[in-house]
Design a protein around this ligand. Sequence first.
Ligand SMILES: [Zn+2]
Length: 137
Amino acid sequence: MSQSKNALDKDLMFQKIMPSTSRSIQPDEDNEADTSLHSRIFAHSDEIASAMNGIHVINLMEEVVMQHLDDTITKFNCCRCDQCRSDIIAITLNELPPKYVVGEREHIEELVKQVPTKEILAALVHAVIQVRSHPRH
Ligand SMILES: [Zn+2]
């Protein structure tokens, strides 16, 4: 489609003056623009939605405690019923300052590896010994 500059300018003028005419002149282009914009918005919100699904708020202290819970219970020959396990977790976490992070699972697992465990394991051992001495059953 070859148009002179004058013809193009006339078309643009018509589009500005009469929107209904412009729609009938270039329906394909308008639709294409709408579709691509729509799909871009769609893709963008999907991206956000999936990112939000993957985002967690996690207490790193809790992660470390859970990782070492069973080993410590076994090591100190403590009862491993739900009541005792839950008491040990609660007592330990109450002894420790929470350390919340926000991120995706993989990112958080990397952070968990970097947490110094000495203080956490000490609190965990104290809790296990306490629960072993005074189980609530
Ligand atoms: Zn028990």
